[in-house]
Ligand binder design. Structure first.
Ligand SMILES: *Cc1c(COP(=O)(O)O)cnc(C)c1O
Length: 377
C-alpha cells in the first residue's frame, strides 16, 4: 500500500514516467510477521518476486534464506550477503552445467521432480541434498502454478529412492499450493501427500527430514486476505494432524507475501476515450500495461487496487489498457474497472500491491518503452 514514506518520496522526487517505489520498512515487517506466524520454519525468500539488491541485502541481514531459480539469482543472493548454506536451487528444471556451477558456488540443496533431474544432480553435485516436488491442484489460488512442476506422490517415492541409490541425500518433499492462495486449507492436502511419501520411504529405511511448504501467501489487493498469523495456525494445525509429534524440519518460500504490499507503481493516464458516442464504457490508457510490469493481469487474474486523486466521487466502468501497440496489452476488459468520471488525461494514479512480480516481468524495450524503473527506499 502507499505508505507515507512512499507518498513523500513521490511528492519530493517527482520521478518522470511509470515507476515502482518499494518501502523496505514494509518488507521488514512482513519478514517478522512470517517469523512470528511460523517460528519453527526457515524462510527462503523467493528471489524472483523482486530481486532488487536493497531487498535482498535487507533480508540477508535479517537472517533470511533464499529460494533461487538460476545461477544469476544464486549470485544475486550471495552478493547481498547470503552464504551458500542459506540458498536453495529450487527450480526443478535446470541445465546440468548450472547445477555444476551452483555446486561450485557451495549450494547443497536442490529441487527435483523426476529421475532424469536426479541423474543430473548426482553427476555434478555428488552428495547434495535433494527434495522432490509433488504436484498440487492449485485450487483456491488466484495465480495457480498448473502441472508444470512436480510429480504425483507415488512417483516422488521412486525419485527419492533413486536419489539415495545415486549417493545423494534424499532430504525431503516440497510443494507449492499456488500463488495468491487464499484458502487456508490448501496446505492440508499437500501435507497429507508429503506425509505419505515420508511414510513409504521410512519403511525402506530412507528417513526424510524436511518439508518445503513453498509460497502462496497472499498480498491484499481489492479483497481482504487472512493474516500471516492465520496461515501459521492453519499450517501448524495441518503439520500436527499429519506428522503428530514428529514434525520434520520445515521451510516456507514466500515471494508475493514478502514484498507485494511493500510496493506501489506510480502511473499516468495517457488517454481516455470511447469507441462510439453511445458507449457506456470508457477506455483508460495508462503509461504502464502488461509489458511494462503488470503481466499478472493476464486473464485478469490479479486485480490491483488503483488510487486516484478523485476517489470518493462518482465512478463509471472503464476498460484499462497499457500504452503499447499490442492488442494483448489490455488489462481489465471482461470485468471492467470502476474509475472516477472526473479522471482526466495527465492525472497520476497509484497502483497498489505491486511490489511483487512487476519489475521482473517488465519487457526490455517493447515499442521503445524502458523497463519498469524501481526505487527502494
Ligand atoms: C515462485 C515461487 C515461490 C513464491 O511463490 P509466491 O506465491 O509468490 O509466494 C516459492 N517457491 C517456488 C519454488 C517458486 O517457484
Amino acid at each position: 500500500m502507499a505508505t507515507q514514506r512512499i507518498l513523500d518520496f513521490l511528492a519530493t522526487r517527482r520521478p518522470n514516467g511509470p515507476c515502482l517505489v518499494v518501502d523496505l520498512d514494509v518488507v521488514r515487517d512482513n519478514f517478522h510477521a512470517f517469523q512470528k506466524a511460523l517460528p519453527d520454519s526457515r524462510i527462503y525468500y523467493a528471489v524472483k518476486a523482486n530481486p532488487a539488491p536493497e531487498i535482498l541485502r535487507l533480508l540477508a541481514a535479517l537472517g533470511s534464506s533464499f529460494d533461487t531459480a538460476s545461477v544469476a539469482e544464486i549470485e544475486m543472493a550471495m552478493d547481498a550477503g547470503a552464504p551458500a548454506e542459506r540458498i536453495s536451487f529450487g527450480n526443478t528444471i535446470k541445465k546440468e552445467r548450472d547445477v555444476a556451477r551452483a555446486f561450485e558456488l557451495g549450494i547443497r540443496l536442490f529441487a527435483v521432480d523426476c529421475v532424469e533431474e536426479v541423474e543430473k544432480v548426482a553427476r555434478v553435485a555428488p552428495g547434495a541434498r535433494v527434495f522432490c516436488r509433488v504436484l498440487t491442484d492449485g485450487a483456491g489460488a488466484e495465480w495457480p502454478l498448473s502441472r508444470k512442476f512436480g510429480c504425483v506422490p507415488a512417483m516422488a517415492i521412486d525419485v527419492l529412492r533413486h536419489a539415495k541409490k545415486l549417493g545423494l541425500d534424499a532430504y525431503g518433499v516440497s510443494f507449492h499450493v499456488g500463488s495468491q492462495q487464499t484458502d487456508l486449507n490448501a496446505w492440508d492436502k499437500a501435507l497429507a501427500d508429503a506425509k505419505g511419501v515420508f511414510a513409504a520411504l521410512a519403511e525402506e529405511g530412507i528417513v526424510l527430514k524436511m518439508v518445503n511448504m513453498g509460497g502462496g501467501f497472499p498480498t491484499r489487493y481489492l479483497k481482504d486476505v487472512p493474516t500471516a498469523q492465520a496461515y501459521g495456525q492453519a499450517i501448524f494445525g495441518a503439520l500436527r494432524k499429519h506428522f503428530g509429534n514428529r514434525i520434520p524440519e520445515t521451510i516456507i518460500e514466500p515471494g508475493r507475501g514478502m514484498v507485494g504490499n511493500a510496493g506501489v507503481i506510480k502511473s499516468e493516464v495517457v488517454l481516455i476515450s470511447k469507441k462510439a458516442d453511445n458507449d457506456n464504457v470508457r477506455w483508460v490508457y495508462l503509461d504502464i500495461g502488461k509489458f511494462g510490469g503488470l503481466a499478472e493481469t493476464m486473464d485478469e487474474a490479479i486485480r490491483y487496487p488503483i488510487v486516484t486523486a478523485h476517489d470518493g466521487s462518482e465512478t463509471g466502468a472503464c476498460v484499462l489498457a497499457g500504452p503499447t501497440c499490442d492488442s494483448a496489452d489490455v488489462m481489465y476488459e471482461k470485468t471492467p474497472y470502476p474509475l472516477p468520471l472526473s479522471l482526466t488525461i495527465g492525472d497520476e494514479v497509484l497502483i497498489e500491491g505491486t511490489g511483487a512480480y512487476t519489475t521482473t516481468y517488465a519487457s526490455v524495450a517493447f515499442n521503445g518503452f524502458e523497463p519498469l524503473r524501481s526505487y527502494v527506499i
